[in-house]
Design a protein around this ligand. Structure first.
Ligand SMILES: O=C(O)c1cc(=O)[nH]c(=O)n1[C@@H]1O[C@H](COP(=O)(O)O)[C@@H](O)[C@H]1O
Length: 228
């Protein structure tokens, strides 16, 4: 993959998603469609976006009992996204069944610890208060379960990559250098720059609002691409 930047098109509006993707298409390697888009537009919306010819990352973060997750993935048949997410915390059997249910060409990627969580959030849900430890634990689980890789923040990706040299590492929570700290509502807590994430071992970067909410998304994507 020559351009490792995936733009997150977090909107329920299909026309807006298409317009944004069309604007930035020469400066991104793929597009990520998440829950907001899928809830509003479903399978036909994903098909519509696939017509643009860019790889599709379908970020549904599935997390349920193994049978339900496997059947949900089977129900996506025909869309065959390049990347599909599930939550690692669903456990080993769920991860194994998710991988078995996915089409051969789809990378099944396990979300370890959301980039919106910090140590105190983890402690409040009964996990070890150390995101680093939790990410490595779930990376080991994902590797053992035979999925293709994990989502983690740029703060943990070097250690996760060391643990799993052949894994595929998706890094969100990425903010261009020089931006306003806490921009876009400050919901991302474990944040790094695009360059730092790649240097640490990210396979792809996921960036949404710094591109989609820019005055000129094409320029914003181009500027980020130039730092990679
Ligand atoms: O799986 C993801 O893509 C994901 C995992 C994670 O831990 N954190 C995270 O922010 N994401 C997604 O990455 C995107 C980040 O968007 P921005 O914060 O606007 O750059 C959103 O679409 C999130 O759903």
């Amino acid at each position: 993959m020559s351009n490792r930047l995936f733009v997150a098109l977090d909107t329920p509006d299909l026309a807006k998603a298409r317009a944004l993707a069309t604007k930035v298409r020469h400066h991104v390697g793929g597009i990520k469609l998440g829950l907001e888009f899928f809830m509003a537009n479903g399978r036909s919306g994903v098909r519509d976006m696939a017509e643009l010819g860019l790889p599709i990352f379908l970020d549904l973060k599935l997390h349920d009992i193994p049978n339900t997750v496997a059947k949900a993935i089977m129900a996506l048949r025909g869309l065959d996204p390049a990347i599909l997410t599930v939550h690692a915390a669903g456990g080993r059997a769920m991860l194994e069944d998710a991988k078995a249910a996915a089409p051969l060409g789809t990378k099944v990627i396990a979300v370890t610890t959301l980039t919106s969580l910090d140590g105190s959030d983890l402690a409040s849900i009964g996990c070890s208060g150390d995101p680093h430890e939790q990410v490595l634990r779930l990376t080991q689980l994902a590797k053992d379960a035979g999925v293709d890789g994990v989502v983690c923040s740029g703060e943990e990706v070097a250690a996760a990559h060391k643990l799993w040299p052949k894994g595929f590492f998706v890094v969100p929570g990425v903010r261009p250098a020089g931006g306003v700290p806490g921009a876009f509502g400050g919901d991302q807590k474990r944040v790094v720059t695009p360059r730092a994430a790649l240097d640490a071992g990210a396979s792809i970067l996921v960036i949404g609002r710094p591109i989609t909410q820019a005055a000129d998304p094409d320029v914003a994507a181009r500027e980020i691409e130039a730092t990679l």
